[in-house]
Design a protein around this ligand. Structure first.
Ligand SMILES: Cc1ncc(COP(=O)(O)O)c(C=O)c1O
Length: 361
């Protein structure tokens, strides 16, 4: 087994990270004069005058029990977007090392790489939105330090074959990041249980999707303690605020409620697939393991604008490679989905009325 720390940039390996007041003192005391806080309190009265726990021990304890892993194998970030950025900064020497992504996929991998001066190799997904293994081997080089695999993939909605993902992790001497932001909506297993076997594997999850806490900005990375150690070394000292830490601990006690929502979303997804397939302007509704559908239609821009005029916003993905004619539609509440379907019916009626008017001229 290789040590993933050997893949990190030299300056990060040698980094003396910032040691915050709350990090240095871990014992028990009742007079805190170490962090230049306001000891009188906070104007809102909710006890926020103290800095939060920099390593989120309470939260990690819960997460470690829930996922059957050790707290040292968990990183908590300001959204999983923070982990994406940190991983690139830790492992890729700007203007020298490279990242690899599989379009069409989540846009932040490339944006973060661009910000960090990291070149990105793009190996398009195959026609059935799976990894092009031969293409990966062709593009791969010793400079490829971080590989981002999104599964279930945004915007296509499908899961990537687990055997392909693990094959890459065992074959390639790089950090393999599997972004499982939508895993809760999938029947497939998470790869979190594989992190002991693959020292270079990083699994990203988030509280922004199934957990209904996008506004709290909390994301997770699960990986070997060696990689988590690097993430903790590089992150801003207090990257997850006190309110969010408390909220997530509370949310974790309400797992059953979240499971009920996920079941309802999956049920709505199945219904919406059936209904969408009845519209004559819908060419393909792609199978989805996520809480959205990628739908290929005849007139994407026109439909997008029509829905917008009715107060319904979907994501127009028409300009993305391999997403010609596609809209990405998030599964809403039954009422919201009904409004969507009613609007699409109106669109269809308007189209056919226009067509028959033309034929009568
Ligand atoms: C695949 C994927 N990963 C990560 C994120 C960002 O998650 P977070 O809100 O935790 O930053 C998104 C958001 O849309 C996403 O689609």
């Amino acid at each position: 087994m290789f040590d993933p720390v050997t893949l990190a940039r030299e300056n990060i390996r040698n980094l003396m990270s910032y040691s915050s007041a709350r990090h240095e003192f871990g014992g028990s005391a009742d007079v805190f004069l170490d962090a230049n806080e306001n000891a009188f309190g906070s104007p809102t009265g909710v006890g926020l005058n103290r800095y939060p726990d920099p390593l989120q021990a309470r939260l990690k304890e819960e997460l470690s029990q829930m996922n059957g892993i050790r707290p040292e194998q968990i990183f908590v970030g300001n959204g999983s977007d923070e982990a994406i950025d940190l991983l690139l900064r830790i492992f890729c020497e700007p203007l020298q090392d490279r990242a690899m992504i599989f379009p069409p996929t989540y846009g932040m991998y490339k944006v973060c790489a661009d910000i960090n001066g990291v070149e990105v190799d793009e190996v398009e997904l195959t026609n059935d939105f799976q990894l092009d293994l031969a293409g990966i081997d062709e593009q791969y080089s010793a400079a490829t330090k971080v590989i981002f695999i999104c599964s279930p993939n945004n915007p296509t909605g499908n899961s990537i074959r687990i055997s392909d993902v693990l094959g890459i992790a065992s074959r390639l001497h790089s950090i393999v990041v599997v972004d499982e932001a939508y895993i809760h909506f999938s029947e497939k297993d998470s790869l979190v249980s594989e992190i002991d076997r693959y020292p270079n594997l990083v699994i990203l999850q988030t509280f922004s999707k199934a957990w209904g806490l996008a506004g709290a900005r909390v994301g997770l990375a699960f990986a070997s303690s060696r990689i988590i150690g690097l993430l903790n070394r590089v992150k801003p000292p207090y990257n997850v605020n006190e309110i969010s830490q408390r909220l997530i601990v509370e949310a974790l006690t309400k797992r059953e409620l979240v499971e009920t929502w996920v079941d309802r979303i999956k049920h709505q997804r199945a219904e919406l697939i059936q209904i969408l397939n009845t519209f004559n302007f819908v060419r393909t509704v792609f199978p989805s393991d996520a809480n959205f559908l990628l739908v290929q239609v005849d007139a994407p821009d026109e439909i997008y604008k029509f829905l917008l005029a009715q107060g319904i916003v979907v994501r127009n993905r028409n300009t993305l490679r391999r997403c010609d004619g596609c809209l990405r539609i998030t599964i809403g509440t039954p009422d919201e989905n009904k409004r969507l379907v009613d609007s699409l019916s109106q669109f269809q009626m308007k189209k056919s009325a226009r067509r028959s008017a033309k034929q009568n001229i």
